[in-house]
Design a protein around this ligand. Structure first.
Ligand SMILES: O=C(O)CCC(=O)C(=O)O
Length: 211
């Protein structure tokens, strides 16, 4: 399957997945639910075996997201993947962000080292110098806490694995080309989320066990 060419097709076909275009880029959530070729692709042993090693055992596919940043798409601000709105907090997960197009130093994912071991207090993101930086320019400003930035440039087909708690973001896409990636999110098999209000295994977030 040629994923890079298939992105447009996924958007057309996504019935159970959600498509959002709120940052002049587009995100497609959980296309694997309605596309068997995609659910097969993300169960590739090259991905799964890394997830198993890092998460110490069998893993489940939790969610997938296409991040499609056309030329001019704005930054994705610094964040941890902690699903604040859903109240999921900190839980073991490993994400594989797979480049579908070239992602260069100026539009790839940027990570802040040593941030993966705890949830950052949300007030940190409300500090005034950081908010002023965000207002001053459309660029991705320095992160709201001290840390070394690593920019992970990738060629199509390459991927980076990261703990969802690792602070990350991406600058605006100032290139003339699309910068798309697919992130595949793994959790330990059988993981039970703490909050009873959370329904992570609904239709859209169907658990697919990958041995
Ligand atoms: O692809 C991007 O620019 C952002 C990706 C991201 O934030 C994520 O996968 O959690």
């Amino acid at each position: 399957m040629n994923l890079a060419n298939a992105v447009t097709q996924f958007e057309g076909e996504s019935r159970t997945s959600a498509v959002f275009s709120d940052y002049s880029g587009r995100t497609i959530y959980n296309a694997h639910v309605c596309r068997s070729d995609l659910s097969e692709f993300v169960a590739n042993p090259n991905l799964v075996n890394v997830a198993k090693r890092v998460l110490h055992g069998n893993v489940s596919l939790w969610r997938t997201t296409f991040w499609i940043k056309e030329p001019g798409a704005r930054r994705v601000e610094w964040h941890q993947d902690t699903y604040k709105d859903e109240g999921l907090g900190s839980f073991p997960n490993l994400n594989s962000w797979i480049a579908l197009d070239y992602a260069n130093e100026d539009n790839c994912l940027w990570f802040v080292g040593k941030t993966h071991s705890e949830i950052i207090d949300l007030n940190v993101f409300k500090n005034e110098p950081y908010l002023n930086d965000l207002k001053k320019s459309p660029d991705l400003p320095p992160p709201p806490l001290v840390g070394d930035i690593t920019k992970v440039a990738l060629r199509p087909g390459e991927c980076v694995f990261f703990d969802g708690r690792c602070l990350h973001g991406s600058p605006p896409n100032k290139s003339k080309n699309r910068r798309a990636g697919l992130v595949v999110r793994f959790i330990p098999e059988g993981y039970v989320f703490g909050s009873k209000d959370v329904q992570p295994l609904s239709n859209l977030q169907r658990k697919t066990s990958v041995e």
